[in-house]
Design a protein around this ligand. Structure first.
Ligand code: TRP
Length: 330
């Protein structure tokens, strides 16, 4: 039997090409080797996204993004966390087995406290209980669906280790009830360069969103920083921000061909940028059409999520009844 992988997607903003290559594509590739669970962690986002219409938009955008990029709702599970009430039931149960000290040591909380202290504020200033208990909700996400592996970036490793630890404690007391998960660390192999050549990141304001119409994409690509070489001059592809992005999307043949044109001279930055646009349209154009289609037919997304929730709840009810049984809460 295949192992189960579980991927949580927080709906906090519009995903960019760095998210696509670094997280979304590798996560979608998991279907080859795992029984997959993907879900939208909307109640996790609630610790920071507290405007209803923004939340709703974010949920639809993130669902449309993953579906357009190839997530198949028939395969494995795809649901929205807030549609599975058992997760919150389990979250409470697990919180009763979680040492408070764990939460004090959780990175996100600790960072916030350190910042407050540095500013001379009360250590818990602007810390809501949701942020503090965030790891307990995440434990429930993971343990509910018997995940064997949880693919995460380094920043989330500690959270998966908490889930592991809590599952072990729980099982020690009650028998083999919960599956003990393991983090599957997604190493960032390539640094995906942003418009200014630094790592593509929202905090640097140098991102290219995954799905832009041709005109907006052209405008964005126009902002990629290049040097002042003239059209005639031969150019070095290996130090060029445009080329660095191009080769992440192009085939090997396309990459070699463009590198030769760089070195030969006669290729201006405008030409190079047009090549990048062409390759992005080629790779992501069809997905973009699907994305915009879904966003203008959100009732299709509603249906997919309702279907996913129905399937997921069969499993969550099973887990919860096993847990309730051993706890003696009947
Ligand atoms: N905390 C994760 C993030 O910020 C999202 C998430 C919520 C998650 N629940 C999860 C990830 C369970 C993996 C497993 O990206």
């Amino acid at each position: 039997m295949k192992q189960i992988s579980l991927t949580g997607i927080k709906p906090t903003g519009t995903p960019h090409l760095g998210n696509y290559l670094g997280a979304i594509r590798p996560a979608l590739d998991l279907v080859k080797n795992f029984e997959t669970v993907y879900f939208i962690a909307d109640y996790h986002a609630l610790t920071t996204v507290q405007d209803g219409s923004t939340m709703r938009d974010n949920i639809y955008k993130v669902a449309a993004t993953w579906l357009a990029l190839g997530l198949n709702p028939e395969e494995g599970l795809f649901y929205k966390q807030s549609d599975i009430p058992e997760i919150f039931e389990l979250s409470w149960v697990l919180s009763c087995f979680t040492p408070k000290g764990f939460m004090n040591r959780a990175h996100a909380y600790k960072d916030k406290v350190n910042k407050n202290v540095a500013l001379g504020e009360d250590p818990d200033s602007n810390v809501n209980m949701g942020l503090y208990c965030y790891p307990c909700l995440m434990d429930a996400d993971i343990l509910m669906f018997n995940a064997n592996v949880v693919p995460v970036g380094k920043d989330q490793k500690q959270h998966v280790e908490f889930a592991r630890d809590i599952a072990i404690r729980f099982n020690k007391k009650y028998g083999e009830i919960l599956t003990v998960p393991e983090p599957l660390i997604q190493e960032e192999t390539d640094v995906i360069p942003g418009l200014d050549g630094r790592k593509m990141s929202k905090s640097y304001d140098n991102t290219i969103e995954i799905f832009l119409d041709s005109k907006s994409l052209k405008k964005k690509i126009g902002k990629i920083v290049t040097n002042a070489q003239s059209i005639e001059e031969p150019k070095d592809p290996d130090t060029c921000n445009v080329f660095a992005l191009y080769k992440l999307f192009a085939t090997r043949e396309q990459t070699t061909a463009l590198a030769e044109r760089y070195r030969a001279g006669g290729l201006g930055w405008g030409h190079a940028k047009a090549e990048l646009q062409a390759v992005l349209e080629e790779r992501l154009g069809a997905a973009r059409d699907q994305y915009f289609h879904l966003l203008s037919h959100t009732e299709e997304i509603d249906k997919i999520l309702a279907y996913g929730a129905e399937k997921a709840r069969i499993r969550s009810k099973e887990t919860m009844s096993r847990v309730r049984e051993v706890l003696g809460v009947f």
